[in-house]
Design a protein around this ligand. Structure first.
Ligand code: SDX
Length: 394
């Protein structure tokens, strides 16, 4: 069972393709990675293991997992030459701009990994990218704060190392909270792939021209940045903050979101595929409750989110349009509880989605009918007419 739609020999002409990575049933709210329901990752969430599953098609054996984890540890550092690039960005630079630029810059330091056919070189490129995206994200954060870069610690596992590079100080290591690391592993897993969404389709489109993995994923970052896509998790927090600061009540905001002329949307609501519920939103709603409880914290924004959900789920406007909370509705509250600043939320979405992009890029490169994507159009412009000299124009 694959995420098969219809096949078109031209591929890009109809925008549909065959893939065996992720299966979604939007009516039933089903999401499976390589056949495994995402709910089954919640017990012992391990993002590195899920990344291997998506990319290589099955769960890793113990030795495969240890080898992959060791590669991620080994390749966490950035070339010292890359660090200077950060200094060229203004402190106010959007982290997603830095992320896409620096992922693309990785292709300057690893040209030997451009080989598209060699599985071993692909595995090395994938490991470097999954490992280094953490370092790039952390350094973008440190640069925005004028803080010294914290080098990766080879003793730490994937998620703790990311948080260490973000929040440690030169002489005081970030205190690794198990509850936080477990929650963040699951958040990253729930973002890891989602079949032919906008950013993954972008990676496949760019990769279809035989562009290298780094360049293709850099393009995916740019697509994810949009507020209708991965950027929605930032918009959700701004919406909740706006209600929290008393500018608008939840009821008033919902009223605005129903008014087409307002240009306001209930951010974190709606989905092109899910028409009953987004299973990820349901799981993230449970994660945020559990995390806040284990941290002994409360967040007024969670209460506002719950209120918005309650109002919208009883409102015919949302019911008739099958608009329900999506993956972005609760993810921001979890990241905020962990201490991630709002402007880094979409970067964390990208860290989660990277294994999915890599899996799709490789899957497409291995397909025999991998032709360059070339969507067709319906021309609705001017009919043929003559060129007018400047004197003839008015
Ligand atoms: C992600 O594709 C993926 O899988 C994406 C993703 C992934 O994992 O990769 O799941 C991640 O991008 C999740 C979506 C995050 N974006 C948001 O939360 C932004 C708010 N949501 C909407 O902009 C919208 O719901 C979309 C973009 C998610 C889906 O857009 P569609 O399918 O193109 O729906 P539409 O814009 O055509 O809307 C249909 C109707 C319209 O009203 P009418 O014309 O019928 O009167 O529903 C209304 C829309 O105005 N509508 C909303 C709404 N979403 C749709 N009205 C108010 N609030 C909303 N959030």
């Amino acid at each position: 069972q694959t995420g098969l739609i219809t096949l078109d020999p031209g591929y890009g002409n109809t925008g549909s393709c065959e893939s065996a990575i992720t299966f979604i049933d939007g009516e039933q709210g089903i999401l499976r990675y390589r056949g495994i329901p995402i709910e089954q990752f919640a017990e012992q969430p391990n993002f590195v293991e899920a990344a291997w599953l998506l990319i290589f098609g099955r769960l890793p054996t113990h030795d495969e997992y240890r080898g992959f984890a060791a590669d991620l540890t080994r390749h966490a550092d950035l070339h010292e030459g890359m660090k200077h690039h950060f200094e060229g960005f203004p402190r106010s630079a959007p982290p997603m701009a830095i992320l896409s630029a620096m992922i693309n810059a990785l292709s300057c330091f690893h040209p030997e990994l451009f080989e598209l056919e060699d599985p071993e070189r692909f595995r090395m490129a994938a490991a470097r990218l999954i490992s280094k995206i953490r370092t790039i994200a952390a350094y973008a954060y440190r640069h925005s704060r004028g803080l010294p870069y914290i080098y990766p610690d080879p003793q730490l596992r994937y998620v703790p190392n990311l948080l260490h590079m973000m929040f440690s100080h030169p002489y005081r290591q970030w205190d690794c909270d198990e509850a936080v690391c477990e929650a963040l592993n699951l958040v990253l897993i729930l973002h890891a792939d989602h079949e032919q969404n906008c950013s993954t389709s972008t990676v496949r489109m760019v990769g279809s021209s035989r562009a290298n993995l780094f360049a293709s994923c850099a393009a995916g970052v740019c697509a994810l940045w949009g507020p209708l896509h991965g950027g929605a998790n930032v918009e959700v927090m701004q919406m909740l903050e706006q209600i929290h600061t008393g500018n608008l009540t939840a009821e008033e905001y919902v009223r605005l979101a129903k008014d087409r002329d307002s240009q306001v949307r209930l951010m974190g609501f709606g989905h092109r595929v899910y028409k009953n519920f987004d299973p990820r939103a349901q799981m993230l709603g449970r994660v945020v409750e559990g995390l806040l409880t284990r941290l002994g914290r409360e967040d007024p924004l969670l209460d506002i989110a719950r209120r918005l959900e309650e109002i919208a789920l009883e409102d015919p406007y949302f019911i008739d349009r099958k608009l329900y909370p999506n993956v972005d509705f609760y993810s921001g509250i979890i990241l905020r509880a962990i201490g991630i600043p709002t402007n880094m939320f979409t970067v964390f979405f990208a860290i989660g989605r990277l294994p999915g992009w890599i899996a799709h890029w490789w899957e497409q490169n291995q397909q025999l009918d991998n032709r360059i994507a070339r969507p067709r159009q319906v021309y609705v412009g001017e009919r043929e007419h003559a060129y007018l000299t400047m004197g003839q124009r008015f």
